[in-house]
Design a protein around this ligand. Structure first.
Ligand SMILES: NC(=O)c1ccc[n+]([C@@H]2O[C@H](COP(=O)([O-])OP(=O)(O)OC[C@H]3O[C@@H](n4cnc5c(N)ncnc54)[C@H](O)[C@@H]3O)[C@@H](O)[C@H]2O)c1
Ligand SMILES: O=P(O)(O)OC[C@@H](O)[C@@H](O)[C@H](O)[C@H](O)CO
Length: 496
């Protein structure tokens, strides 16, 4: 049975479907970047609210927006399914909690109709604009924090009279219309894995606005809010087996479902211009300061993903749970977390860090999630500088140990050579791959070549202690291989 509003009544009882009146929902949230994660996380929270308190939640329906050519498929799928999709939460014992999510009620594909997107954003009902546009979507340097005005899409949007095509262009044009119409700005709520994601959203959107219209930038600075948040739920890329399994289990045909782990967490700073849904009623931690939560998550979970993916790939693993079910790699991650990441964290209210770290290894080891090492190895140049480099920097400043994190950076440098330990090609997915791969290959003659890139690594290369640890690891990867390097590190007693 194809998923649609008409099919909801005919689905089996073990698929939890929205029973609320979707026709009575108005759009309060416009979301850029409707991928797997948004559909497993924020849209799920809004769906929960609609199920529990429809009256207050019905002003917070979601209109999805896609700006990249690849988003056309999401438009087609959601149009054909009345914007409904299936969320399957996969437990380690093989059981599924399956629900149909109804909180997305519209989807606009910006390249087809930018004006419709701008007017939707400018509409008085739109009170929150949320984002999961990836770390790269913010278009800033992780080391300097500078907005990159030379990016070709951004330059095109800045040209006089241009029809906006980027998130920045569309949002700023809509803000300009709101200003002209005497409407307050919406809240811009980043849900991407970036330290200080709200601060980054504030600085990048206002930097764009300043280049376009300084008065608009001032108005945004004075009036708009950009809450910080920590978001968490491991959501792999949807694979055909999820589609097949839904059909087999429930006779449900969904062209693009999403599967994710059962665990979910969202810590959100309470800073909104025009109100917000009562997220705290459905398990969101609405807090005054997100910093301790986000540092914990980015430096333990996301940085550990980086710590496992390159060495895991080079050791022959392709699925994340296979890496962490190998005791050697689990011990490596725990040592990185305990010795190098944890000392850089702040106390996290209500969280037992030892328990959090143990749970992380369990979450990574869930065989049902089937998260791929390749997903974690992609876009490294957006991830290592934002998650690992700050850990090294903090430990260099405090005199703390850096060997394991320097090894993770070296593992990326080795992986970026694009050839594995058996001489087979590695498909490097990175927007900087054309410069990264040749540089990585040159490190056989010039071992510091990769980390001399100050856009990615800042001044780490100037530090003697970092250089020594990095060079030792890189040499180990070249001469003895990834598994041997990890083994040596895990078995050594000292913390350096
Ligand atoms: N997948 C997860 O486990 C997870 C968990 C927590 C947080 N996140 C955050 O969510 C982001 C998206 O993850 P996902 O799994 O949904 O990925 P995805 O590939 O399924 O979706 C990404 C979406 O972002 C859009 N996008 C990418 N670059 C853009 C740009 N420059 N401008 C506008 N839109 C752009 C894409 O078109 C797509 O719609 C991550 O980068 C991360 O910051 C993901
Ligand atoms: O999605 P990214 O690019 O931010 O990072 C890859 C993973 O580390 C990330 O998606 C995690 O699975 C996620 O952050 C878990 O909540």
């Amino acid at each position: 049975m194809k998923l649609s509003a008409a099919a909801l009544d005919r689905l089996p009882d073990d698929v939890d479907v929205p029973r609320y009146d979707r026709s009575a929902i108005t759009t309060g949230i416009v979301h850029f970047g409707v991928g797997g994660f948004h559909r497993a996380h924020q849209a799920m929270y809004v769906d929960r609210l609609l199920r529990t308190d429809f009256e207050s939640a019905s002003r917070w329906g979601i209109c999805g927006v896609g700006v990249l050519p690849g988003d056309r498929r999401m438009k087609d799928v959601l149009d054909a399914q009345d914007c409904l999709y299936t969320l399957a939460l996969r437990h380690a014992d093989g059981s599924w909690d399956t629900s149909v999510i109804g909180s997305i009620t519209e989807y606009l594909f910006a390249p087809d109709d930018p004006e419709a997107v701008i007017e939707k954003l400018a509409h008085a009902d739109t009170r929150i604009v949320s984002l999961t546009v990836t770390e790269g979507g913010y278009n800033f340097s992780a080391t300097t924090g500078e907005f990159d005005a030379e990016n070709p899409s951004v330059r095109a949007d800045l040209a006089p009279g241009a029809v906006p095509g980027t998130t920045f262009g569309l949002v700023c044009e809509a803000l300009s219309r709101r200003k002209a119409r005497g409407l307050a700005p919406f809240t811009i709520m980043s849900c991407d894995n970036i330290e200080g994601n709200g601060h980054i959203a504030r600085s990048t959107f206002t930097a764009f606005a300043r280049l376009k219209d300084p008065a608009l930038a001032q108005w945004i600075t004075d009036n708009a809010r950009f809450p910080n948040s920590m978001v968490d739920r491991i959501t792999p890329v949807t694979t055909p087996d999820v589609v097949d399994e839904l059909a087999a289990r429930y006779d449900l045909e969904d062209a693009w479902p999403v599967a994710a782990e059962p665990f979910t967490q969202w810590a959100l700073e309470d800073s909104f211009t025009l109100g917000r849904p009562a997220f705290e009623d459905v398990g969101v931690q609405v807090v005054d300061d997100v910093t301790p939560y986000e540092l914990m998550k980015l430096r333990l979970l996301n940085a550990s993903h980086q710590a496992l993916c390159y060495v895991g790939y080079l050791s022959g693993y392709r699925l994340v749970h296979d890496v962490t079910q190998d005791p050697l790699f689990a011990r490596f991650l725990l040592r990185y977390m305990d010795e190098e990441a944890t000392p850089t964290l702040q106390p996290v209210p209500g969280i037992d860090l030892a328990d959090y770290k143990r749970t992380l290894i369990e979450r990574f080891s869930n065989p049902e999630i089937r998260d791929t090492v390749a997903r974690l190895c992609a876009e490294s140049s957006d991830r290592i500088p934002k998650w690992l480099v700050p850990v090294v920097r903090a430990n260099l400043d405090s005199g703390g140990p850096i060997t394991l994190s320097a090894t993770v950076i070296a593992s990326w440098a080795r992986y970026a050579e694009g050839v594995d330990e058996q001489g087979e090609p590695i498909e490097i997915v990175d927007r900087l791959k054309d410069s990264l791969v040749p540089t990585a290959r040159s490190q056989h003659d010039d071992p510091l070549a990769f980390v001399r890139n100050r856009d990615l690594f800042g001044d780490l290369v100037d530090d003697e202690r970092f250089r020594a640890a990095y060079l030792a690891a890189l040499d180990g990867f070249h001469t003895r291989g990834a598994r041997a390097v990890v083994e040596e590190l895990v078995n050594r007693p000292d913390r350096t």
